[in-house]
Design a protein around this ligand. Structure first.
Ligand SMILES: *Cc1c(COP(=O)(O)O)cnc(C)c1O
Length: 365
């Protein structure tokens, strides 16, 4: 089987998957109970612990990332949940909490921004919350939250922190253990540059302990089950084996690169995107990064379009030049387009995509 050359697909998820990783999926099945599988699981754990910076087991869920968002909520002890909402995915976290019948209090922040720590402290102080949900890198706006600071704040009020780091993990620094995150999760199809279909998550010992008291954990997304099986180097149910084969190859490559080098490569790609928008503006193309300096994601940029243009037009003109980028998401559909500078892309590869974006923005001016 042949694959197109790498480096043209800059969607903010799913991201482009290298040919060697795709090819790894075409291997024979194995029993998912037994020594061969357990050896695979142990290799995956080594790679995932390196990525998550943890000594805890990393749960492997055959689901998209939303599944583990639901696990985080379902396994929360009884009591109100505070949801920090500043975009479509953080709103999804709040919607899951409501959907699971939880008393959910929302603290909003304008699209493109992140929450003021003083506002969060005030909300935590005003009521007792068992958990606080937050999105690390809000993929709909490109805003990056300060998870270390939010975790410290939440813990000061005895509140667990549940982190959707779907476009953070493997692209932006995440220190699961050092920041004492109670639940942190990602999906396979973002900065890990794997095909969609798997989610990975880590739970603190404290949160796991409290989960035993949660009465409606269900079964498929019960972290008590995940933990028991992970201790035996297994998954609770039949996993998507071909995706695990792909992860085996990709996690070895990430380990070879080194997680810190991977973070630095993402920072460099984001930086070159920000510099490109500045150059465009200097040349009379009225675009900008939506998120303010200091709160910008290294993995995804939402870029505001010039007056009179729409995000959809830009996406279409970029596609005509052979590159795939993302349109605006949700309420920002027309006002922005998005570039996913994450996964296995490079600064040099991204440059071609930015040229295509600039050409697209020149058309009809
Ligand atoms: C993509 C994404 C999700 C949802 O992931 P699925 O794998 O589609 O369930 C959740 N949160 C963020 C921040 C995302 O970028």
């Amino acid at each position: 089987m042949t694959h197109p050359p790498f480096g043209t697909f800059f969607l903010p998820g799913p991201t482009e998957v290298r040919g060697a990783v795709l090819a790894a999926m075409a291997q024979p099945m194995m029993p998912h109970r037994g020594a061969q599988f357990e050896a695979l699981f142990i290799r995956l754990q080594d790679g995932l612990r390196h990525v998550f910076r943890t000594t805890r087991p990393v749960y492997v869920s055959t689901s998209s990332a939303t599944g583990l968002m639901e696990a985080a909520i379902r396994c929360a002890p009884a009591g109100p949940i505070l949801s920090l909402v500043n975009g479509a995915f953080s709103e999804r976290f709040a919607a899951i909490a409501r959907g699971c019948g939880r008393d959910t209090r929302v603290l909003g922040a304008p699209l493109g921004t992140v929450h003021d720590l003083g506002d969060v402290a005030a909300a935590l102080a005003a009521n007792r919350h068992v958990a606080m949900t937050v999105v690390h890198s809000e993929t709909s706006t490109g805003a990056l939250a300060d998870i270390a600071a939010l975790a410290a704040l939440a813990h000061r009020y005895g509140t667990a922190i549940l982190v959707d780091s779907v476009t953070g993990i493997a692209g932006a620094p995440v220190e699961t253990d050092a920041w004492q995150l109670d639940f942190v999760l990602t999906g396979s199809q973002k900065a890990l540059a794997l095909p969609p279909g798997l989610a990975f998550g880590v739970v603190s010992e404290n949160y796991l302990e409290q989960a035993h008291t949660a009465l409606a954990r269900g079964m498929y997304f019960d972290i008590v089950e995940f933990e028991e099986y992970a201790q035996r180097n297994q998954t609770p149910n039949t996993p998507a084996l071909p995706l695990l084969y792909a992860a085996d190859v990709q996690l070895a490559a990430i380990r070879d690169e080194g997680i810190e080098a991977r973070w630095a490569r993402h920072t460099a790609m984001a930086q070159s995107t920000w510099e490109w928008t500045d150059r465009c503006r200097a040349n009379g193309i009225d675009i900008d990064i939506l998120a303010p300096i200091g709160a910008r994601s290294p993995t995804v940029s939402a870029i505001t379009v010039p007056p009179g243009a729409t995000g959809g037009q830009v996406v279409k003109r970029v596609a005509e030049q052979g590159f795939v980028i993302g349109g605006g998401y949700g309420a920002l559909k027309d006002r922005t387009f998005r570039i996913g500078h994450m996964g296995d892309h490079t600064v040099a590869g991204l440059a071609g995509c930015l040229v295509a974006c600039e050409n697209a923005l020149h058309v009809g001016r």
